[in-house]
Write a protein that binds this ligand. Structure first.
Ligand code: ZN
Length: 497
């Protein structure tokens, strides 16, 4: 009986994963190659397939598998898959069906309204949609339940185990350290000159260089590909089909090169998940924060280091146009690490990025908690930007309207980015204790680094929870000291203060 039920459970998971793969592939297609005219039709198809996944997750069959198998399954993979399926089932079941349906419609309306509002710099046209989204998310959080803060219920969707209590301890510490670093950097006598990086860099050459670096990182082109898009992303369809996308700016090579390496870090994670997890919901990154730790590790802790460019600068120049021929390595290295507070999160440097996140975290926490309302957002946004980054956007387009997240109802997502920085710093420190990371980077030998990450993080997929990984790897929980130490040391050297 149990075996039969287990087989039924596996079949349901396989169906779910297969629909998921089709949805993923269509999503990739829409964002890379699909003809414009087919978009409307494709969106409808995606709606139908997503509905199917939802039906499987909440079906009576699924419920009976969960009920009958709970506590009886020995196999660790199936045991975890069962927990995961139960959580999804419970969460969905708590939301009344018509509320869920209304919410899905609202999400897609709000997203296109946001796009228009952003284009026109018109917050008021988006405001009623955002108000409804906030209203729904407050309600959902109440349905799901929480111990201390309503926002915890939403955080759980992206970073299980992390709570307001944790973030309110960690973020202010990091913020204080970063703002004081920022002050020192502003007043430092030796400023990098980013204008040395300006110059036409043909797209095909950028593409060749990016692909070469991906290969060296250990990204498997037999199990992936590199394409062009507007908003770059990586997507794992299955462990043997993990795709990277990037975008080329012929006047600024940094977009493509650091962007590709970033997405490559996400992709390495997905390519190296244990194949035994295939066709289960566990064949995925364990959280947004751990995923981001992997992309940031490659982008910052590898590709923005002096050691990396000591080896790769000649290669870079062999692809670069002649205008970079006489640029000294040190000027190049300092320029790619320039710190400059800006309005836009996705253009932020390694140091100010977390400050952008803290602005968003505090606002969405207060919004979900009912302490502030949507109408207060533009004003509070600007105040916090001024407080933390010392810059104040003049338009909402460059301020509160810049990110897509809230328009899709994704509250609780933003902290993952800052957590990614912190996890990456913790992993990096630990890795250095067990091997000569810098000399591997200097030798362009990334194999041991990739293997370390696979052994400690990638292979597990969702078998381990995010903080379980952090604990197992580092012997401690989330600790912001490492990111602060890393940034202090790095920028002291670059800015000489
Ligand atoms: Zn990322």
């Amino acid at each position: 009986m149990t075996q039969q039920k287990l087989d039924q459970f596996k079949t349901l998971l396989k169906e779910q994963a297969s629909y998921g793969e089709a949805i993923g592939l269509m999503g990739w297609d829409m964002r890379t190659k699909a003809p414009k005219k087919g978009m409307g039709h494709r969106a409808e198809v995606l709606g139908v397939l997503s509905q199917k996944v939802h039906e499987i997750q909440t079906s009576d069959e699924m419920k009976s598998c969960i009920d009958e198998l709970k506590g009886k399954v020995e196999d660790p993979v199936m045991k975890r898959a069962l927990e995961e399926a139960e959580e999804t089932y419970e969460k969905t079941a708590k939301i009344p069906v018509d509320e869920y349906r209304e919410y899905v419609t609202l999400q897609s309306q709000a997203e296109s309204m946001w796009e228009e509002a952003k284009d026109n710099d018109d917050f008021d046209s988006f405001r009623p949609y955002l108000e409804k989204l906030v209203e729904y998310n407050r309600k959902f959080a109440d349905y799901w339940g929480y111990e201390n803060h309503r926002y915890d219920a939403l955080l759980h969707n992206f970073e299980p185990g992390v709570t307001v209590e944790v973030l309110d301890q960690v973020f202010p510490k990091v913020r204080e350290a970063l703002t004081s670093l920022l002050d020192k950097i502003k007043n430092a006598p030796k400023q990098p000159d980013p204008s040395v990086l300006e110059g036409h860099f043909p797209k095909d050459k950028q593409e060749q260089f990016s692909a070469e670096i991906l290969k060296r990182m250990g990204y498997d082109f037999q199990a992936g590909r590199l394409d062009e898009t507007v908003h770059p992303f990586a997507i794992g369809l299955n462990t043997n089909d993990v795709r990277v996308t990037t975008k080329y700016d012929e006047t600024d090579f940094r977009t493509a090169i650091f962007g590709t390496i970033h997405e490559g870090g996400h992709a390495l994670y997905e390519q190296n998940i244990d194949e035994n997890l295939s066709f289960t919901p566990l064949a995925d990154g364990t959280s947004m924060g751990i995923h981001e730790s992997q992309s940031l590790f490659w982008e910052n802790f590898i590709a923005r280091t002096e050691a990396f460019w000591q080896t790769h600068y000649e290669l870079f120049k062999s692809y670069a146009p002649d205008s970079f021929k006489d640029l000294p390595l040190d000027d190049f290295y300092r320029a790619i690490n320039e710190v400059k507070p800006s309005f836009i999160r996705i253009e932020a440097d390694e140091l100010t990025y977390c400050l952008h996140i803290m602005v968003r975290y505090e606002l969405e926490k207060a919004l979900i908690g009912g302490e502030i309302e949507v109408k207060d957002l533009p004003r509070l946004w600007n105040e916090k930007m001024k407080d933390y980054l010392g810059v104040e956007p003049e338009t909402n387009r460059e301020g509160v309207l810049q990110d897509i997240h809230w328009s899709g109802g994704a509250f609780g997502y933003f902290p993952s980015y800052a957590l990614g920085y912190m996890y990456a710093a913790q992993f990096s420190k630990k890795m250095q204790e067990s091997m000569a990371v810098e000399s591997h980077i200097q030798n362009g030998d990334f194999q041991p680094i990739k293997e370390w990450l696979t052994e400690h993080v990638h292979q597990y997929g969702k078998m381990k929870k995010p903080l379980e990984i952090v604990n197992d790897v580092t012997g401690e929980g989330l600790n912001p000291d490492y990111i602060v130490d890393y940034l202090t040391e790095k920028y002291q050297k670059i800015y000489q203060f």
